[in-house]
Write a protein that binds this ligand. Sequence first.
Ligand code: ADE
Ligand code: ZN
Length: 341
Amino acid sequence: MPDDTTMDAFIRDIPKAELHVHIEGTLEPEMLLELGKRNGVALDCASAEECRAAYHFNDLQHFLDLYYAGVEVLVAEQDFYELTTAYLRRAHGDGARHVEVFFDPQSHTPRGVPFAVVVEGIRRALVDAERQLGVSSRLIMCFLRDQSPASAMVTLETARPYRHVIAGVGLDSAEVGHPPRDFKEVFRVARDAGFVAVAHAGEEGPAEYISEALDLLKVARIDHGVRAIDDPALQRRLAGEQIPLTMCPLSNLELQVTPDLSQHPLKRLLDAGLRVTVNSDDPAYFDGYLAANYAAVQHALDLDRDDIAALARNSITSSWLPTARRDQLLAEIDAFVTAAR
Ligand code: ADE
Ligand code: ZN
């Protein structure tokens, strides 16, 4: 059994992809305060310590209230550029070779921030990071499920000219009471336009939302999927079809989706043959980026190096990278594991 330092280095350095991160959820308190000042947006906290002290959540809605208040400091293209650049540097430091990043246009456009400003700032940072750090990326636009399907459809139409920049569409925000079926038509139009579909399902909502997302939204991945643990037939389906689950352990802990990481279903689902991945969700709020999420489940669930390598491989095979780059990254994982023996 390797000691913790060796395991932490193994976790940090193994090549991997992050497939579930909300760019607005990477807004660290220091940047929140700086952008608040720059853009004249009043905040409820006056220091980074004070902001962080409020980051204790009873549930998803409690978190979302702070998250949507925080995004109000993001106004100019440069703000989105700096936010995304800061995230990419951290992800790179955590061994991410590829990232697939969510953004929430409906948290910006109603405040008068143009869609183009949001997308262009994020895109410019992604392009620079690929050149400077070698981190490749895809962009995924999420619809807020607690807003109307009509609002999602307007957002989708706004995004059409950016189809070459935005690879996929997702579904996030408050889950319970906002089932995937409400967005069936929006997702049909999105898929017809060439967007790949994903959806948050089974985070706070029931296992049935996972089945609905597969059957009605025809998603390529499930974001979270924690509640799959309640439904053995669904687990067999997810394993059989190798549908990726983009799980986010520290998020689940902080939002009390799981009472304790030792009870998190990640290892049970991995052992049942599901294509489980580890991700950070909203790392500025949940106290840890990609490697910290791997380390947290490694400790809590006593994962060994083979488990970590399986999770890293799953992150690559679940990505939307072209086959040649996937094969290259999988070969790099194999070489890394061999060299670490
Ligand atoms: N938006 C940002 N983070 C989210 C989460 N964990 N669940 C649903 N919507 C979100
Ligand atoms: Zn999420």
